[in-house]
Design a protein around this ligand. Sequence first.
Ligand SMILES: C[S@@+](CC[C@H](N)C(=O)[O-])C[C@H]1O[C@@H](n2cnc3c(N)ncnc32)[C@H](O)[C@@H]1O
Length: 297
Amino acid sequence: MYHNPVLLAESVAGLSIKENGVYVDVTFGGGGHSNEILKQLGVNGKLFAFDQDVEALENSIEDERFTLINENFRYLKQFLKFYGIRKVDGILGDFGVSSHQFDKAERGFSTRFDADLDMRMNTKSKLSAYDVVNDYDHDSLKKVLFQYGELRNADAMSNVIISARAAEPIKTTMRLKEVLKRFLPQRKEHKIIAQVYQAIRIEVNQELIAIEELLSQSVELLHVGGRLSLISYHSLEDRLVKNFIRAGKFVGEAEKDFYGNVEVPYKKVGKLVVPSREEIVTNNRARSAKLRIAERI
Ligand SMILES: C[S@@+](CC[C@H](N)C(=O)[O-])C[C@H]1O[C@@H](n2cnc3c(N)ncnc32)[C@H](O)[C@@H]1O
């Protein structure tokens, strides 16, 4: 199976679908969420979906109401405009990588396999994990490991990577693990290497920047009453979504007008939603999912 959709019913319900509305699934993947949206849309409704990975195109859906766009969702507004769409009724996002990307060894996303350092969701993009590991200078590498991997010894790790690569480029995921061995005590090995991979993946795909751009553009794109339904898989993603829904920005407090009234683009709908125990048992990838729903005001 390409991907088992996470929080499917909850996230699609969060869109509060209008029969003839226009919706966007910004992370198409295996199309689990898109198929569910189409089930609930009327004959005159429309669904646009984005995925930057060409492999996701294999799952495209034959349906007159559906258009799949093989682009990064950070260009959402621009591509919708190309299709004559300036306003939408709902945006659904299910961030991160799909099981397909994760399970395909040669994509380099998983710590389980030995593979070339890659981790590009868009295989046409220039920057790969190899470039980050072998070309970034000490400060840039440290920043990536510290900010995106939340690794306390990012400084020492960067030093070790830089001296190892001076002898020979670090080409594979296993070699990277070997180089970092001294930072991987037995009990924590899996957790720390996962943080290293997460950091490099976020940098390679500019993941947080894409989410910031998506959120910023959503304000202009959504009709009043339109919905955002966003699933995050780690605290860095979730913090951006949470802060933007609360304050209309990524850091700090909401702006106030001359009279002291708070000016925010969204009101949150319901509480944070997490998967049930049953869902986590049947789909381990769901374990860290957090769904936030908001309405444009
Ligand atoms: C978790 S999967 C989505 C799975 C999908 N909801 C389903 O049920 O099958 C995330 C997908 O979004 C894509 N993706 C992640 N970030 C993206 C971005 N910035 N622009 C376009 N696609 C992106 C990935 O390539 C991946 O296929």
